[in-house]
Design a binder for this molecule. Structure first.
Ligand code: DX5
Ligand code: ZN
Length: 212
């Protein structure tokens, strides 16, 4: 399966956001990961739809994955698609009808995806596997960047990969060259990395390292 690398904008230098978006694109990333935080769902706030629109304006051809850490993603999905979200990732722990929400995201013309928090059993996702186009297995507790990788979630990837050999399976949180390798071995093919990719050093060579 093709390995895809997605830098997380959360770790970018906000004083130079446009340059940082272009830096990620020029470094050979496959898509941009944009973290939207609602403080009733995670203990933090981050970006809103206008930042998604900014990403589209700065780099129209750079694919936009939008991670909705929101209690009611159903109320905001249309607005995010309007602003340029191409994949919308919705948490299974959200407070809405997920079958309806995934259907709505598809009908808006975006790709629907589901996200599992570290403490959520993998079985919770089984009833939605035919509707979600990809699954994100969180490898940290969502809410901030720079946390340590939670290795205990790797068996979820193994189970999902066995069930869906062709499905896109993503990891997000604490990813670097070592934890990226472990995640791929467990079945992931899409890696989100924030602080490691935007941190010191050449992003292009780090992306190449993750890919290999
Ligand atoms: C965590 C976010 C992640 C975060 C990852 O709530 O969903 O996307 O940016 O950051 P790192 O790679 O620094 O753990
Ligand atoms: Zn994320």
């Amino acid at each position: 399966m093709k390995i895809e690398i997605l830098p997380s904008l959360l770790a970018a230098d906000y004083g130079r956001l446009a340059e940082e978006i272009l830096r990620a694109q020029d470094a050979g990333a496959d898509a941009l990961h944009i973290d939207i935080m609602d403080p009733s769902f995670v203990p933090n706030l981050s970006f809103g739809p206008d930042i998604v629109a900014l990403c589209r304006k700065v780099a129209p051809g750079f694919y936009r994955h939008v991670h909705l850490m929101m209690r009611r993603p159903d109320l905001y999905a249309a607005r995010f698609v309007e602003c340029g979200a191409q994949t919308l990732q919705v948490h299974i722990e959200a407070d809405c009808d997920l079958h309806d929400t995934l259907k709505m995201i598809s009908s808006l013309g975006a790709k629907p995806a589901l996200v599992l928090n570290p403490e959520t059993p993998v079985e919770r996702i089984f009833p939605y596997l035919d509707e979600a186009k990809e699954v994100l297995v969180m490898t940290v507790h969502p809410g901030k960047g720079g946390q340590s990788f939670i290795r205990e979630v790797l068996p979820k990837l193994e189970i999902l990969r066995r069930m869906r050999p062709e499905m896109d399976l993503m990891v997000d949180g604490g990813i670097n060259d070592n934890t990226g390798k472990e995640s791929i071995a467990a079945g992931a093919n899409q890696l989100v990395a924030g602080s490691w990719l935007f941190g010191a050093g050449d992003m292009k060579s780090k992306i190449a390292r993750l890919r290999s």
